[in-house]
Design a protein around this ligand. Structure first.
Ligand code: NAP
Ligand code: 12T
Length: 349
């Protein structure tokens, strides 16, 4: 972290599962920082954290907290973003927002740098960071869209509990211990803390992530559907999703079925494309049982792809398995990467 030259950066939600990764990622990526302001709710205000050998006191996030801030990374829930992101912009900051508050606003870019970096130029102070499951899927699909066109996607996800926050990770750990000890458990957080019913996640699979919508899809599924079309600039793309929570701490997995526009494409051609694609690591060698798994992706910025094969019946259909660290490329790294691009493009005041 450079002290002499750099930007005044604020992290909102600094004590959360995503916020902690944001701080670590800023340090790891050597982001040019002159001052780091860490914000949370009143609950954590006053806590001292060490960042790169320097002690920083967490403060309660308020409109005045953003005086002098140039870049604000928000990850404290949609309501906090709706209230405070405009206050940060008013004070001259550029906001990268990790919540779903602004993602579908027509005047706010929704950006995955490997896919639609150019959209950053259209910003009005706020740039939205997409949903974690969407990000890793579009990173893997964009090179395929560019080469062969993209007609349809059907995705099923296998998502880690850390997507639902630090308390969900704690619930998985405690529940697992209790069940092994033969004790009864009382689920309190998952699938959605504010919903009526809570279910056991340890040794289970829950087909609900975020709240149900009137059409029978969950909000997480609708985020994947709507955000994919916006990021790829393909309003006509057919997308459907089923999102499932697994007892995995970190790392989302996805089984992605997709249909390309071009006829006669081979699985080999798709593999060759992904081998050199930005942000992608191809791990596809069935003979040697090589394929991506969440346990191997934790702590890495990349999107890992394997199990690429042609559909048995549909010439234009393919299947693949996509895994990434949901807290990094799915959240903290994509946000810091956006901030890096904003600096390089001269868009930070
Ligand atoms: P978390 O572990 O529960 O952390 C929540 C953070 O928000 C904590 O730092 C908390 O501070 C802070 N906070 C809560 N209420 C606040 C308030 N009124 N004012 C200021 N700060 C407040 O949750 P998380 O997993 O890090 O996720 C945080 C948010 O990021 C989510 O709500 C979601 O919108 C977004 N998110 C996005 C993705 C994605 O797909 N890109 C993935 C996960 C999460 P205290 O310590 O004071 O409680
Ligand atoms: N509830 O899009 O529960 O801000 O895994 C991402 C993940 C919201 C989001 C989750 C969530 C988001 C989850």
């Amino acid at each position: 972290m450079s002290q002499q030259k750099g930007f005044h950066v604020a992290v909102v939600g600094a004590t959360g599962a995503v916020g902690q990764q944001m701080i670590q990622t800023l340090v790891k990526e050597n982001f040019p920082i002159s001052k780091l302001t860490l914000l949370s709710s009143a609950r954590s205000a006053g806590k001292v954290v060490e960042v790169n050998g320097q002690e920083i006191t967490i403060q309660e996030a308020k409109p005045e907290s953003f005086e002098g801030v140039q870049i604000a990374l928000f990850s404290a829930g949609g309501n906090v973003s709706k209230e405070l992101a405009p206050e940060a912009v008013k004070r001259g900051a550029i906001v990268v927002d990790n919540t779903s508050a602004f993602r579908m606003d027509a005047d706010k870019p929704l950006v995955v740098p490997e896919v639609n970096e150019a959209d950053l130029h259209q910003h009005n102070g706020i740039i939205a960071n997409p949903n974690c499951s969407t990000i890793q899927m579009v990173v893997a699909l964009e090179p395929i869209r560019q080469q062969f066109g993209l007609k349809k996607i059907i995705v099923s996800t296998y998502q880690a509990v850390s997507g639902a926050g630090a308390s969900a990770v704690e619930e998985l750990m405690q529940q697992t211990k209790s069940i092994i000890a033969g004790e009864t458990v009382e689920p309190k957080i998952l699938p959605v803390s504010s919903d009526k019913n809570h279910y056991q996640i340890a040794f289970n699979a829950i087909p609900q992530i975020d709240k149900f919508q009137d059409n029978g899809y969950t909000f997480e599924e609708m985020k994947m559907i709507n955000e994919t079309k916006k990021i790829m600039h393909l309003p006509e793309l057919q997308v459907s999703a089923t999102c499932v929570r697994l007892p995995v701490a970190v790392g989302h997995s996805e089984s992605v079925y997709f249909e390309v526009e071009k006829e006669g494409v081979s699985a080999q051609e798709i593999k060759a494309l992904l081998k050199d694609a930005p942000g992608v690591i191809l791990q596809d060698d069935p003979e040697n049982q090589v394929y991506p798994m969440p346990a191997n992706c934790v702590g890495k910025n990349d999107v890992f792809v394997g199990r690429i094969r042609k559909d048995i019946d549909e010439d234009r259909g393919f299947h693949m398995w996509v895994v990434s660290d949901n807290l990094l490329k799915g959240a903290a790294w994509n946000s810091v990467q956006i901030a890096e691009r904003l600096v390089e493009l001269g868009l930070v005041k």
